[in-house]
Design a binder for this molecule. Structure first.
Ligand SMILES: [Cu+2]
Length: 356
């Protein structure tokens, strides 16, 4: 009980910290956001996954970047290479975790292609991995979504091609048995298949995925690892955005400016929990529910199933800090919160008031 009480106390402290983001502006960079028009690629340089094998060096994993919107073009052959990496990073303060990842981040790299493209996927499993990995992309039409032909042992690689037939936003994940074990260790990401005309332009795009984690402390010490009994019984210790408690806060909070339109590509890696995705203090002007091609307007909270994804868009009228949550709010105590920090002039017509 004592250990449990301690965990509750730490979670209460985290909750207090997160709620403080609502009233205290933080000066930070948008490591996981893209101002549309910027052309950068690769990982944010907040951490080097290769340096995270030792627990003593553990830090939060780097944040994946948003893939750039596509310029108008005819269907093409697009090569995508991803390496699976088993790395240690901080799941929470003082909680190192033995993640399994695509590309060293949770979620893995965002893939962005055009409807009609032929996508050549090469999956490489790092030579120092302990187990085999694979990839099942929900954008694939074909057996196993690619998983049957990408079961790769450590140090090996596999390549396959598929044609992106359907536009939308799709989860990809590892599909090596025990599949929920690989997913629960962090092996998921998003692939966007843009329609031929592309997505409507917005000012800023963000990449966020929810996941549930089940932890145990190995008897021999070292970083935490997956607790299979908790996974089976759906007793999550952590429910987080982008792989760790506080991953979208401080210097990795989402950032935007009053007047901008923002788009969040939001996926749920699971493996177990459906998300009731909500941004406190905002209304989604448009939602592509479950990633559908038809948009729905004026939504407060949208359901995102495990293994599913959505696109939400809204315009920012009022400065402040807006909290991304799973509105199954008990999960706030397990880490399900992120910060969208909005700067700009007050807009008293839309909102004003004074805190007591
Ligand atoms: Cu795997």
């Amino acid at each position: 009980m004592r250990g449990y009480d301690g965990r509750l106390a730490r979670r209460a402290a985290r909750l207090t910290l997160l709620m403080a983001f609502l009233v205290v502006a933080s000066a930070c960079d948008a490591a996981s956001g893209r101002l549309v028009g910027e052309q950068t690629s690769g990982l944010a340089d907040t951490a080097n996954p290769a340096a995270l094998h030792a627990e003593s060096q553990a830090a939060r994993l780097a944040q994946p970047q948003v893939a750039a919107p596509l310029a108008p073009r005819a269907p093409a052959l697009v090569a995508v290479t991803i390496e699976t990496l088993e790395v240690v990073g901080l799941l929470d303060d003082d909680v190192p975790y033995a993640y399994w990842t695509f590309g060293g981040t949770v979620p893995g790299p965002m893939i962005r292609v055009r409807q009609g493209d032929t996508v050549e996927v090469t999956l490489t499993n790092a030579v120092d991995s302990r187990v085999a990995h694979s990839i099942d992309l929900h954008a694939v039409t074909g057996p196993g979504g690619g998983a049957q032909v990408t079961q790769v042992a450590p140090g090996e690689h596999a390549t396959f091609q598929f044609q992106a037939l359907n536009p939308g936003i799709y989860v990809y994940h590892c599909a090596t048995p025990l599949v929920p074990q690989h997913v629960a260790n962090g092996m998921y990401g998003l692939i966007i298949v843009e329609p031929p005309e592309g997505l409507p332009p917005v000012d800023r795009e963000f990449y966020v995925m929810q996941g549930d984690f089940y932890v145990q402390s190995p008897a021999q010490g070292g970083p935490r690892s997956l607790a299979l009994d908790k996974l089976r019984d759906e007793r999550a210790d952590y429910v987080v955005f982008n792989g760790a408690v506080g991953a979208l806060s401080g210097d990795t909070a989402l950032r935007a400016v009053v007047g901008e339109t923002v788009r969040i590509f939001f996926g749920d890696g699971g493996p177990n929990l459906t998300s009731s995705f909500h941004v406190i203090g905002e209304i989604f002007d448009r939602v592509a529910p479950e990633g559908a091609s038809e948009w729905t307007t004026n939504i407060q909270t949208t359901l995102v199933p495990a293994g599913g994804a959505t696109i939400v868009e809204f315009t920012l009228e009022v400065p402040g800090d807006y909290l991304l949550v799973d509105h199954s709010l008990g999960r706030l105590t397990k880490g399900a919160a992120g910060v969208l920090h909005v700067e700009g002039p007050d807009n008293r017509d839309v909102f004003h008031g004074q805190a007591k």
